[in-house]
Ligand binder design. Structure first.
Ligand code: FE
Length: 211
């Protein structure tokens, strides 16, 4: 079965004024779509065809002969994850368990925000900024191109696309302004909290067994 472009979890104008309808239509309808279509061509007739995107990413990561497959599978997965981590009227300092966890790991929400912005603005060229669960601690870092934390066994909690195509129509070269909008107005912290809860559940049995 061919991979399909997943629909956006919101209307194309839902993130305005922070991400315009036009930018979202290009980003989802052209860029994300192209990754999915090319992936289908690359996996046709191969075992990858029947695998989940996450398994393709883990299997093809670090294999030079499978670089194109990795790039397109990871870009397909990363974009869907990016859309799911945003909502209209989101962003700002989260409350509850995820807020506590961020304060514990980074010192404060302000320190987390600064670290995320630094990762985004300090990243040279195309890539992604990630908030991940790394063993038992939260971490922020950037990865180049289609880079995805699943290939190093870290659990992705939130992603921000810092390829120019993500922000150029609305922000031109102002990547920092785009990522500030993402953090201050768009992050769906309920999504991040749900990912964190799931990460804890899957790690709990392993910890219990190690005791
Ligand atoms: Fe993108």
């Amino acid at each position: 079965m061919a991979f399909k472009l997943p629909p956006l979890p919101f209307a194309t104008n839902a993130l305005e004024p922070h991400i315009s309808k036009r930018a979202l239509e290009f980003h989802h309808g052209r860029h994300h779509d192209a990754y999915v279509k090319t992936l289908n061509l690359l996996v046709e007739g191969k075992p990858y065809e029947k695998m989940a995107l996450e398994d393709i990413i883990r299997r093809s990561a670090g294999n030079p002969g499978e670089r194109a497959v990795f790039n397109h599978a990871a870009q397909a997965w990363n974009h869907e994850f990016f859309w799911n981590g945003m909502q209209s009227h989101g962003g700002g300092e989260p409350r509850g368990a995820i807020g506590d966890r961020i304060a514990e790991s980074f010192g404060s929400y302000a320190a987390f925000r600064a670290a995320f912005l630094e990762a985004a603005t300090g990243h040279f060229g195309s890539g992604w900024v990630w908030l991940v669960m790394d063993v038992d601690d939260l971490a922020v870092y950037s990865l180049p191109d289609a880079g995805n934390p699943l290939s190093t066994d870290r659990v992705p909690l939130l992603a921000c696309d810092v390829w120019e195509h993500a922000y150029y129509l609305d922000y031109q070269n102002r990547r920092r302004a785009f990522v500030e909008s993402f953090l201050d107005h768009l992050v769906d912290w309920d999504f991040v909290a749900a990912r964190l809860a799931r990460a804890r559940e899957t790690r709990a049995p392993a910890r219990a067994a190690a005791r």
